[in-house]
Design a protein around this ligand. Structure first.
Ligand code: ADP
Ligand code: MG
Length: 344
């Protein structure tokens, strides 16, 4: 070992994961897919098991001064279920590990678990285990999820084909703007504790930030319509960042039309109020937990009337060309700058 010291911030989150990935190879025949997708794929008889994990750290991923513990519990489950949905699979079990300090009361943990339970009921997943340990100050919640899919149905980040249509569900940027509202209200409150927070107008945005939903419904809708996505990923870091993952893993390029990117009206107005570009919020905001997927062009007909699926662009063969086409016809390179917590 040399005594050289390199900064993690220079590698970034994705660089660090790649570095770890390079040190390991899959040895067991049952390990079908390892690091690099939304979930690992494990052969298990006729089906495949899908496995993923996500950790939420106080002060990094959430701030308890504006995050109700019940919502935190719900969100911690939803973001895991979302990674299984992103493989076109259905989540079935979760394992929940928590680290906490004596700052937290029994009642507080009850509230956290009430949220976890509500999510378990909503997504029909069972809590089957976990681990409980102490932490010196902050709260850490780490959830692992097990899901299932038949092998032919699994959608990887690597399957996008030239001429495929790029689809995204719901609307984008609202969760990021919800966070901006919460941060602003916290600052106002700290300056003047008599002031009541005024978040009614922003209820939708704040809800998208505090209580996101996994789009398992879309997995069922696609199945019913007999459409198998060629590639899929969930939008956790922002549309642009996820498009880069699809592009890189599928060895293709993407072209997106800026006026097709779905943005909610309140999100649009709030972005302007915060002097932010609504499109930039949608492209780089993150935490929307919508699904981004590609389908063969001839399958589009089958889902063209789905109220919550938007066709935002198409796949082409120039893998170094991920671009946004503006309404005026200008072609602008997409910029990926997902949440990079390691930079903070
Ligand atoms: P997502 O945003 O879908 O949760 P991540 O960006 O967190 O995915 O992770 C990308 C891939 O890297 C996943 O396959 C994940 O399992 C893997 N991964 C992330 N961190 C580590 C780590 N410390 N060690 C091994 N694999 C990791
Ligand atoms: Mg994911």
């Amino acid at each position: 070992m040399s005594d050289e010291r390199s900064e993690i911030s220079q590698l970034g989150e994705f660089g660090l994961i790649e570095r770890i990935q390079k040190k390991f190879t899959l040895e067991r025949p049952t390990s079908l897919t390892g690091i690099g997708d939304d979930a690992a794929v494990i052969s298990a008889g006729e089906d495949c098991l899908l496995v993923s994990t996500d950790m939420l750290v106080e002060g990094i991923h959430f701030d308890l001064s504006y995050t109700p513990l019940q919502h935190l519990g719900y969100k911690a489950v939803a973001v895991n279920v979302s990674d299984i949905a992103a493989m076109n699979g259905i989540a079935e079990q979760i394992i929940v590990s928590i680290a906490l300090s004596n700052r937290f009361s029994v009642e507080a943990i009850d509230t956290l678990y009430a949220g976890i339970k509500a999510a378990c009921e909503n997504y029909k997943v069972d809590l089957v285990g976990g681990d409980t340990t102490s932490s010196s100050s902050g709260l850490v919640i780490s959830i692992s999820v097990l899901g299932r899919a038949i092998q032919e149905n699994i959608a990887y980040r690597s399957g996008a084909k030239v001429n495929d249509i790029i689809c995204v569900t719901g609307d984008l940027g609202a969760a990021f703007l919800g966070l901006q509202v919460l941060v602003r209200e916290k600052e106002v409150y700290l300056e003047n504790p008599q002031m009541q927070p005024s978040i009614e107008k922003y209820e939708y945005l704040v809800g998208r930030q505090l209580k996101p939903e996994a789009r398992t419904d879309i997995v069922y809708d696609l199945r019913e319509a007999r459409v198998k996505p060629t590639a899929m990923i969930d939008v956790s870091d922002g549309l642009a960042s996820e498009l880069f993952h699809l592009s890189k893993n599928s060895q293709v390029g993407v072209r997106i039309y800026d006026d097709r990117v779905p943005i909610d009206q309140i999100a649009y107005e709030t972005a302007i109020e915060f002097k932010l570009d609504p499109l930039t919020c949608a492209l780089n905001g993150g935490e929307d937990y919508e699904l981004l997927f590609t389908i063969p062009k001839n399958e589009q007909e089958k889902i063209k009337n789905h109220p919550d699926i938007h066709f935002i662009g198409y796949v082409h063969d120039r893998k170094d060309q991920n671009v946004l086409i503006t309404k005026a016809g200008n072609i602008v390179p997409l910029q990926a700058q997902g949440w990079d917590h390691l930079k903070h």
